[in-house]
Design a protein around this ligand. Structure first.
Ligand code: SER
Length: 320
């Protein structure tokens, strides 16, 4: 059975990708790694865990050798709004973790999955139905890292034959671990506030359309792409994927259908708004559909229903 290492396992995607992958590959075959042990207590109970600073190449390499890893899922990243606070640090973390992943993969014969993002696009990109192959001139350090990472990963594939694959994730909506420092975080926070207070103050303006995806679809995208037949892949780093596109008014209206007393007002965060304005409104994900069968399950209505149920359960159990 394939052995997988998830680096950054305690984050929003990692905390759900590890259990999802353990169901597929077996608990013992999916190693969770993160520098923050306390965020990984639950993951460490159901399978192997390693404390790892992904910037420490020697320690990273030792773990890959020790567990005879076949595929590295590198989920280490400072998100867009956090990145703007200290761009040099964001570059160091985001690119450092990728450099180690690629180099170790080259030496040990591993495959590498690293998510890219809608943040890889910029204001000169066509905003509607954004093509797979188009202008990519991002104006955030997060986006600069993502475009560089895409190119670097393709280089490792063409130059060294490393099996690198990636998707450009939109905002990911989830109910296990909160995202932090992202521009799309509002689409998660709105559910927690709707359940707890029936009120939400949105930090992006009305009319700000962004692509989004519910976590179960995001997890499926990661594994399906990594399991796809390589002979069918024309692209590698990185595929446009999306499940829905909405602005704050549209998601608020959907929540309102279930919580009639829900109200939303606005207090725009200038940094996040500037970032959101530079990103596409909606992606064209036909290449992912054609090359590896990408097909999301959750639309806005289905995602909203499930989110409200799950967040209510957390409130009932006193977890939030
Ligand atoms: N969710 C990310 C962010 O907002 C985008 O990939 O930074």
């Amino acid at each position: 059975m394939k052995k997988i290492l998830v680096v950054g396992a305690g984050g929003q995607i990692g905390s759900e990708l590890v259990p999802y992958a353990r169901k597929i590959y077996g608990n013992a075959n999916v190693v969770a790694a993160d520098f923050n042990e306390s965020k990984c207590k639950i993951l460490a109970e159901s399978g192997p865990f390693e404390k790892l600073d992904a910037l420490d190449g020697k320690a990273f390499h030792e773990i890959v050798k020790k567990h005879k890893i076949d595929a590295i899922y590198n989920l280490v990243a400072l998100l867009s709004a956090t990145g703007e606070k200290d761009p040099a640090f964001a570059w160091k973390v985001n690119m450092g973790a990728l450099e180690n992943s690629l180099e170790i993969a080259r030496q040990e014969g591993c495959a590498v999955f690293t998510p890219s993002s809608i943040g890889a696009f910029g204001p000169s990109t066509p905003a509607d139905n954004t093509p797979q192959d188009t202008i990519m001139q991002p104006t955030t350090i997060y986006g600069v890292c993502k475009v560089s990472g895409e190119l670097w990963s393709n280089y490792y594939h063409s130059r060294f034959g490393v099996d690198t694959r990636s998707v450009r994730f939109p905002g990911i909506i989830s109910n296990v671990t909160l995202p932090g420092g992202g521009t799309t975080d509002y689409a998660v926070e709105i559910f927690y506030e709707a359940i707890k207070k029936q009120q939400y103050t949105c930090n992006l303006a009305k009319g700000t359309f962004l692509d989004m995806m519910y976590m179960p679809d995001a997890l499926k995208a990661c594994i399906d792409l990594m399991e796809a037949d390589p002979t069918k892949l024309i692209h590698r780093n990185s595929f446009n994927v999306t499940a829905m596109s909405f602005d704050p008014e549209i998601i608020a209206t959907e929540i309102h259908k279930h919580i009639p007393e829900f109200r939303m007002d606005y207090k725009v965060d200038e940094v996040k708004q500037r970032i959101a304005n530079s990103w596409p409104n909606s992606l064209d994900d036909r290449c992912a559909k054609e090359e590896w069968g990408w097909k999301p399950t959750y639309n806005l209505a289905a995602m909203t229903l499930d989110m409200l149920e799950k967040v209510q359960e957390k409130l009932d159990k006193g977890l939030i």
